[in-house]
Structure formats: structure tokens, C-alpha cells
Ligand binder design. Structure first.
Ligand code: SF4
Length: 374
């Protein structure tokens, strides 16, 4: 590794302990200095090497010259009346672990406080190539894969911004922009830091990766020593229906996806989560619920029903009576099902909406006045 061109400092963020050890060795320092940097950065959340007082002054000065900690920059911050905070973040650290140079990107992260915990929803790609028809991020296409530093940085940034009110438990969900399993190496590198008891110490039980159903990625993830819980974004009860809203289904159809789910090695405490966005008049009929119940009957699952949150897309909000009926049919077949309303609806809740607006703002400059809190 060559680290130290003066105009290209080594970004410490997103580096594994092994990478940091290699870096400090290249500076002629003992490897335990890497352990100290790793702990200060990820466990103590120190983002300025000058504050890493566990390091000798001379090393701090050298690190200040030759390294950087490039956190995502908060471009906008929207506070919802329900307490959720949505961040539009600029990620422009091309030196960060292999990101393509000259490609600044905007993504979003959401912080959702609850009574005894907080949940942070993060992005894994800027834009997305998967093209789910109910998702505004899809309209961006793929801008770029995020680096491990970009991904870990979103959690660090949110925890730092909310440090005054943090609860003891943090949940992380990889459900923001992007398909995590199509940015596999960076996502798993970030997860190893997030889930490391000596790193950010978030537990696998409190971390969920959501996929549109990329079967090779699911199969690879199954072999990882360190892995989060897995959620599948299903959203349909038949191939014809899923083909119509998720073109990825033509490549990985429901029956193959469910076979991969059946092979997925669940830990004793674990279940799969199936997410099902209820699109009014499209996939929310009682027959859909009955078909869905049949599809997942043999799996250890729970189903999260997510009523469609109207945005700029041609779907209807499902009727509350139909939502309840859908849930009841699943429960009757002994499938745990829960209705999850998106947090922060008044500051745009659907996947990717803020970034889409941000991208439009940067090009044609439309008004954001429709978003309360701006
Ligand atoms: S729902 Fe997720 S996978 Fe589908 S286009 Fe949107 S960001 Fe990509």
C-alpha cells in the first residue's frame, strides 16, 4: 500500500484493523498503534487524530499530516415531527478505499429514535441499478458503489450528531439507497467493523441487511462468519406480479429466491424477514395474502407489511381495512406479520426521495417547499 502523497492522505475511515496495522508499519510504528487508532475511531468515535490522546504527540502530528478521517458531510438535515431525522449526505472522498476519483455522490441516512434504542438506516450505493418500479432511487440509476468508509461513516456521523440523546442500543438497517448485495465487498468490510465488539460493537441481532433478492449474494453471505440478519424485499405474491414491479425477478424468480432462503443457515435466534410493500389495488388483495402465506409457509419468517407511502409514483395508498385483513390472513396461517409505517413521512419517507430531490435541486433547482421542516 502506498499511503502518503501529501495531497492524497490515507483515509483511516472504513479501514480494517489489518489495513491500519499495515499503514502504521509503513510509518515505522509498532502494530499496536493500529489497535489504538481503531479503538479511538470506531469505539470512541474520535474523528480528529489530535483528540486521540492514547497516541504519542509526535505520531498524532504525523497522522494529521499524512492521514484523514473523511466523514460524510451533512448537506441537509430534516427533522420529522415523529422524531426521525433524515440526512442528505455528500460523500466525496474519492481517496477512500478505492472509490472512483471525481465522483462525489449524495445519499441519505435516517436516524429513528425510540424509547430504549435508536435505529439508523443507511445507504450502500449512491443510486441503484435494480430498478424497482415503486422506488424513487431507481430513477437515479447507479451513480457509484459506496466504500466501506462511506457506509461505516453514515453510522458514525448519525451517532455523533445525536450524541446528546443516545439510548444504550443501536440498530442498523441497510435499507437506504442501493442494493447491498451488489456492492458485496464494501458492504461486508463495513459490516465487519460495525459488528466487531472491539469496533462499533453493534450486534448481529440488531443489524439487518435488506436485499431485493440477489441470489448469488445471499449464497455468499450465508458463508460469512460475521453477518447481519437478512431481509428480503418480496412485495408480490406471484412471479407475474413481481415481474411487473421488480424486473430483477426475471433473473431471480420467486421460487428460486425461496429455495435460496430455505438453504440460508439461520442461527438459533434468527428468522428471515420478508418485506412486503402494500401497493393499493395492486398487491393488497386477500388472495395475495393467501398466496404469500403459502409461499413462505415452510420458512422461519416474519413478514413486515409496509403500506405504500405516496410519492411521485403512480401507486395508491392501501386502504386501512385491507391492510388489517392482509395481516389477519397471514396471522391465521401462523405467520407473524406486522404493519410497519415509515417513519418521518412528513420529511419524505420512501426510499431515496430526498436524494432524488437533492439531485433535481442540483440540476434544475425545483422548490423543496413541499417538504415540511425545510
Ligand atoms: S428498492 Fe432498493 S433495490 Fe429496489 S431500486 Fe430501490 S434502492 Fe434499489
Amino acid at each position: 500500500m502506498s499511503h502518503r502523497a501529501a495531497n492524497n492522505p490515507f483515509n483511516l475511515l472504513g479501514r480494517s484493523l489489518e489495513e491500519l496495522r499495515e499503514f502504521v508499519q509503513s510509518l515505522g510504528e509498532p502494530t499496536y498503534r493500529a489497535d489504538q487508532i481503531y479503538h479511538a475511531l470506531y469505539a470512541e468515535r474520535r474523528f480528529d487524530v489530535a483528540s486521540m490522546t492514547n497516541l504519542p504527540a509526535a505520531l498524532r502530528e504525523r497522522l494529521a499530516r499524512e492521514s484523514a478521517i473523511t466523514l460524510p458531510q451533512v448537506r441537509r438535515r430534516y427533522e420529522s415531527s415523529d422524531g426521525a431525522v433524515r440526512y442528505v449526505l455528500a460523500l466525496d472522498a474519492p481517496e477512500n478505499a478505492g472509490a472512483p476519483a471525481g465522483k462525489p455522490a449524495t445519499v441519505e441516512a435516517v436516524f429513528m429514535p425510540e424509547e430504549n434504542r435508536q435505529t439508523i438506516c443507511i445507504s450502500t450505493q449512491a443510486g441503484c441499478a435494480v430498478d424497482c418500479h415503486f422506488c424513487l432511487t431507481a430513477t437515479l440509476g447507479l451513480i457509484r458503489n459506496l466504500t466501506a468508509g462511506d457506509i461505516v461513516g453514515q453510522v458514525l456521523m448519525a451517532l455523533h450528531d445525536q450524541r446528546a440523546t443516545l439510548k444504550p442500543q443501536t440498530n442498523v438497517v441497510l435499507m437506504g439507497q442501493g442494493e447491498p448485495l451488489l456492492n458485496y465487498d464494501a458492504v461486508t468490510a463495513a459490516l465487519r467493523i460495525l459488528l466487531d465488539p472491539n469496533g462499533m460493537a453493534i450486534t448481529p441481532k440488531h443489524t439487518t441487511l435488506s436485499t431485493s433478492g440477489i441470489i448469488p449474494g445471499i449464497e455468499k453471505l450465508a458463508l460469512e462468519k460475521v453477518r447481519p440478519k437478512l431481509a428480503i424485499s418480496l412485495n408480490a405474491s406471484s412471479n407475474a406480479q413481481r415481474d411487473a414491479i421488480m424486473p430483477i425477478n426475471r433473473k431471480y424468480p420467486i421460487e428460486k429466491l425461496l429455495e435460496a432462503c430455505a438453504r440460508y443457515p439461520l442461527r438459533p435466534w434468527e428468522h428471515l424477514t420478508f418485506e412486503y410493500v402494500l401497493l393499493g389495488g395492486f398487491n393488497d388483495a386477500p388472495e395475495d395474502a393467501a398466496r404469500l402465506a403459502k409461499l413462505v409457509a415452510k420458512l422461519r419468517v416474519k413478514v413486515n407489511l409496509i403500506p405504500w407511502n405516496p410519492g411521485d409514483l403512480p401507486y395508491e395508498k392501501p386502504n386501512p381495512a385491507r391492510i388489517e385483513e392482509f395481516r389477519r390472513i397471514l396471522n391465521e396461517k401462523s405467520i407473524p406479520a406486522f404493519v410497519r409505517y415509515s417513519r418521518g413521512q412528513d420529511v419524505m419517507a420512501a426510499c431515496g426521495q430526498l436524494a432524488v430531490l437533492e439531485s433535481a435541486r442540483n440540476t434544475s433547482g425545483p422548490s423543496l417547499s413541499q417538504i415540511s421542516g425545510v
